[in-house]
Ligand binder design. Structure first.
Ligand SMILES: Cc1cc2nc3c(=O)[nH]c(=O)nc-3n(C[C@H](O)[C@H](O)[C@H](O)COP(=O)(O)O)c2cc1C
Length: 204
């Protein structure tokens, strides 16, 4: 029941096993995540590269064992995400500061940097036997209100971290189906160009 479904990426070229193994489950086992593991995930996010080392991200964390806080964060998610994210061990709301602290000018790449931090967190989680499912489906107004996020900052995404369960444990057959689907990606030729727009790179 709590055995996770393996969905290794069928890669065209060799990649690090953590990258091949990572995927975003809908079936989470309703288990708490050990504090030491959560801290390692956050530490991995901390060491992400960022433009001017601005580290424009802020994470609001809610752990399953603190049910009041967990429910508050869950309430910031769109209903479709609440359905499965309620079983995760940790929920995180991500926030960025869209201006540089050094000069107040717009930081065009703040979301890019947040993505790097989330990527680090995902791979660290994978290395610890945890799974991550990120979410754009956040009610941003509710999130801003719930946590009194100032106008200087913007909520962006949510992140569920937890132990994956086998797909039969997904909250609905539709979500179980999604967990069963093989992972797919566009081939490199569709998005790696060389010499001009739409000119597929010849890297042979
Ligand atoms: C920024 C971001 C937002 C996402 N938002 C949602 C979401 O709101 N709901 C959801 O079910 N999945 C969401 N996902 C998960 C993606 O659908 C998933 O990563 C994608 O289908 C690739 O699958 P994989 O992560 O298993 O390789 C999101 C992923 C990212 C990175």
């Amino acid at each position: 029941m709590t055995e996770k479904h393996i969905k290794h990426a069928d890669t065209d070229y060799p990649v690090h096993p953590l990258i091949a193994q990572r995927w975003s489950p809908y079936a989470f086992a309703p288990r708490v995540v050990e504090n030491a593991k959560l801290l390692s995930c956050l530490e991995a996010a901390r060491w992400a590269a960022s433009s001017y080392n601005e580290q424009p991200w802020t994470f609001l964390v809610a752990r399953r064992e603190d049910s009041t806080e967990f429910q508050r964060l869950l309430g910031c998610l769109l209903e479709a995400n609440q359905e499965w994210a309620q079983h995760a061990g940790v929920l995180i709301l991500t926030v960025i500061c869209p201006t540089f602290s050094r000069n107040g000018k717009p930081n065009r790449v703040a979301e890019h940097d947040l993505g790097l931090a989330a990527g680090n967190l995902s791979l660290q989680a994978e290395s610890l036997g945890l799974y991550v499912h990120q979410m754009a489906g956040v009610n941003l107004q509710v999130a801003r209100q719930t946590y009194s996020i100032p106008e200087t900052h913007q909520p962006v995404t949510a992140i569920a971290i937890g132990y994956a369960a086998s797909e039969e444990a997904a909250p609905s057959e539709e979500l179980a189906q999604r967990d069963r689907q093989p992972r797919q990606r566009k081939p490199l030729s569709e998005w790696v160009f060389q010499g001009g727009w739409k000119n597929p790179a010849d890297l042979s």
